[in-house]
Write a protein that binds this ligand. Structure first.
Ligand code: SAH
Length: 215
């Protein structure tokens, strides 16, 4: 039996997001609208609305819905921003960010995933303001900087300096920082030339490759 995806989405929003601490109505609305099942491999579609990451191939995963929502909420987007995402994966978070900001540039290091993200965004008609770039985003993407917001979807030992340099003032960035098993989701901000951060939650992401990463 094919699940009623709209019902699955509604339940995900209520149980996994609203009942926790996702309060930003624009984030909740975006995640109620975007067909997450269209971003996971067809054979894993039945797991699309589970409260956990799902494999998307190449050893990578689509993040747990709650983490995608939390990162988007922490960026406090209003609709007029240019956003950089590092780690497109299947393109789902980029679609969510695209619904919340004016423009999204998302960079992905695995060529097969670049193709997958582009195809998923095109099929779901979410590609109008989302551009998928192929490359190593551990040093950001200088060509389109500065960014009002940066969302890093892979864990790193520290916040790369180049990402801080490419952040607008004022600007916000979210990144999982720690070792391979344990990371904290940091919300970093730049204001009046100063950098500060706070820890949002404990998390575990796939590793950010290249740059000053773990490998
Ligand atoms: N944003 C995705 C999650 C992707 S998981 C979602 O919507 O759920 C993290 C992704 O980061 C993986 O696809 C991985 O290939 C990619 N990645 C890892 N290191 C990278 C780097 N240095 N530059 C760009 N992408 C990278």
């Amino acid at each position: 039996m094919i699940p009623d995806w709209a019902v699955e989405r509604e339940q995900m929003v209520e149980k996994q997001l609203r009942r926790r601490d996702i309060r930003d109505e624009r984030v909740l609305h975006a995640m109620r609208e975007i067909p997450r099942e269209q971003f996971v491999p067809p054979e894993l579609r039945i797991f699309a609305y589970r409260d956990e990451p799902v494999h998307i191939g190449y050893g990578q995963t689509i993040s747990q819905p709650y983490m995608t929502a939390l990162m988007a909420q922490e960026l406090a987007l209003r609709g007029d921003e240019t956003v950089l995402e590092v780690g497109s994966g299947c393109g789902y978070a980029a679609a969510v960010l695209g619904a919340l900001a004016a423009r999204v540039i998302t960079i992905e290091i695995v060529p097969g995933l670049v193709e997958l993200a582009r195809a998923n965004l095109r099929r779901t008609l979410r590609d109008a303001n989302v551009v998928v770039v192929q490359g190593d985003g551990s040093m950001g993407y200088a060509d389109a900087a500065p960014y009002d917001a940066i969302s890093v979807a892979a864990g790193a030992p520290e916040t790369p300096q180049s990402l801080l340099d490419q952040l607008a003032d004022p600007g916000r960035l979210t990144i999982p920082v720690g070792d391979r098993e344990n990371q904290e989701l940091r919300v970093v901000w730049k204001e009046h030339g100063r950098i500060g951060y706070r820890v949002s939650t404990h998390c575990r992401f796939v590793p950010l490759r290249g740059g000053e990463g773990w490998n």
